[in-house]
Design a binder for this molecule. Sequence first.
Ligand SMILES: O=C(O)CCC(=O)C(=O)O
Ligand SMILES: [Fe+2]
Length: 275
Amino acid sequence: MAFMLTDEQVESFQENGYLIIPGFLNETEVAKLYRVAIEDKAIQKNSFDLDDKAGKKTKLALWFTPGDDVYGLLTRSERMVDSVNKLLDGKAPVCHFHSKLMQKEPKVGGAWEWHQDYGYWYKNGYLFPDQLISVMVAITEATQENGCLQVIKKSHKMGRVEHGFSGEQVGASMQYVEFALQTMELVYVELKPGDLLFFHSNILHRSEANLSDTPRWSLISAYNRQSNPPYITETPSSITPLQTVPDDALFLHDDASGILENTTQFLSVEKAKAK
Ligand SMILES: O=C(O)CCC(=O)C(=O)O
Ligand SMILES: [Fe+2]
């Protein structure tokens, strides 16, 4: 049976602003993602540091158009794209906005301030937050100790909150975050490798620094509908319908190290920081 979100899961996402799918990937699939993350020269070459307020660094690599490598096959898989299609408002084809490999290293991995992803994307000129979604796939275990994601349950219902700069990051108005926390629940999203988290573009989320001895690596992919073009920043991938691949493509892929170099166009460090 192909993977399919149930109506209950879709409702839960709409109500809470996030949805966890345990074991979305099997052990072999996660092992492939992990190996490429660790060994791939292109990822190493194209990763850059982003400082948090305290100067702690998160390493990340970012790309727009998914290729034929293991990461591209995951983000283009039918189970992923069909799920996103069920969770996004509208009917237009699903497109891939961007993916980031987040490398939160032991002791050095930085924090992320409270924000909504739409707090950033609004500034790119996307008009419809319900047509944008983020998906996090845990490549290593994510726990409270190693700085897992935290979300404010149901906060997507607040709509967009004001954002300002905080170090090299953009953060939400703390006054509104504090209002939200008076009635809404703060949830620590602990994930096992292979678990997946869908989260609405307007849900408030953050993560603390990784002070533990274990790395916290994850892939975060953002999807958009073709009916939601950005009016300010040109981003062709976000309005180009995805070419899906069968669900077993990742499992069957013979992943040679270095494959990303040939298939994936990374965003340069300078451009990423100027974004
Ligand atoms: O990986 C994290 O801890 C959060 C990253 C995040 O929210 C983002 O990049 O928008
Ligand atoms: Fe975010």
